[in-house]
Design a protein around this ligand. Structure first.
Ligand code: NAP
Length: 259
């Protein structure tokens, strides 16, 4: 029997807002596999919720992190360096665009809304990867996993400015994989089928997207959290060491369809 054992490994999970968050599903899976985790909360409003959830993990480090703040990014990696001395896993599951820009056709996106969507949803991966690099080098390598969506590849009506940010995120995965590969650091994205989370509810027409997905996807269903988290676990495990720079679709096959 092959078992995935991450004991002795350490991970940073960014993007937990509540119990529906994809980041939370992944954190639970990595914790079960034995990894020692640090989790972050975006602001004071979310801190109690993240602390409540994290109580179910084995002795996690809980840190503040707004990914648009360079000083906070630096502080997180300083803390990880002191407490863990190494980093094996980074899960990046954050995205944001101002609601008014998400509600508009892409052609009407504001300059500021475009910049915010790119900063939070795409640039933050590079910023975190750069911070993680020395600690991953100290561990002899590492695995970075981000979350993306099919709206990066094809037009998904309503996904708008976020689709363009996800396209930048997927390109970033490839450039980061190229830069960090010589340090044995792998960078991959999971392209997830639609999940009912806080962020998804902000996408106009999300419930219709969900219904359409269930009707059309080859497996005729949505994916669940276990399937997403299981893929993240695989990518962070010794089973995934040959894979980098990839966008892996965990979407019940939806992306293979033409019409
Ligand atoms: P979620 O639970 O709302 O998670 C999104 C997270 O991003 C939240 O924790 C949010 O915190 C955080 N965030 C936003 N701005 C931030 C900032 N400046 N600094 C730090 N954190 C920030 O939704 P989710 O669906 O799990 O999203 C996780 C990832 O999966 C995202 O990249 C999303 O695009 C991707 N994804 C989701 C789906 C889906 O259908 N749900 C499909 C494909 C890909 P706040 O709540 O405080 O803003």
């Amino acid at each position: 029997m092959i078992e995935i054992d991450l004991s002795g490994k350490t991970g940073l999970v960014v993007g937990i807002a509540d119990r529906h968050s994809i980041a939370w599903g992944i954190a639970q899976m990595l914790d079960k596999a034995g990894a020692k985790l640090a989790v972050t909360y975006q602001n004071e409003r979310l801190e109690p919720k993240v602390r409540d959830l994290a109580a179910a993990l084995s002795d996690p480090l809980i840190l503040p992190l707004d990914v648009t703040d360079d000083a906070q990014i630096e502080a997180v990696f300083k803390e990880l360096s002191e407490k863990f001395g190494r980093l094996d896993i980074l899960i990046h599951a954050v995205a944001f665009a101002p609601r008014e820009d998400l509600m508009r056709d892409f052609v009407e996106t504001s300059r500021q809304g475009y910049a915010i969507a790119q900063d939070v949803s795409a640039y933050s991966l590079a910023a975190l990867a750069n911070g993680a690099r020395p600690l991953m080098k100290a561990a002899g390598g590492g695995s970075i996993v981000t979350l993306t969506y099919y709206g990066a590849e094809k037009v998904v009506a309503g996904y708008n400015v976020m689709g363009v940010a996800k396209a930048a995120l997927e390109a970033s995965v490839r450039y980061l994989a190229h830069d960090l590969g010589p340090d044995n650091i792998r960078v991959n994205a999971i392209s997830a089928g639609p999940m009912k989370t806080l962020a998804a509810r902000g996408v106009p027409g999300f419930m219709d997207m969900l219904k359409y997905h269930e009707e059309k996807a080859p497996l005729r269903r949505r994916v669940d959290m276990e399937e997403l988290a299981g893929t993240a676990l695989f990518l962070c495990s010794p089973l995934g060491t040959g894979i980098t720079g990839e966008v892996i679709h965990v979407d019940a096959g939806y992306n293979i369809l033409g019409m």
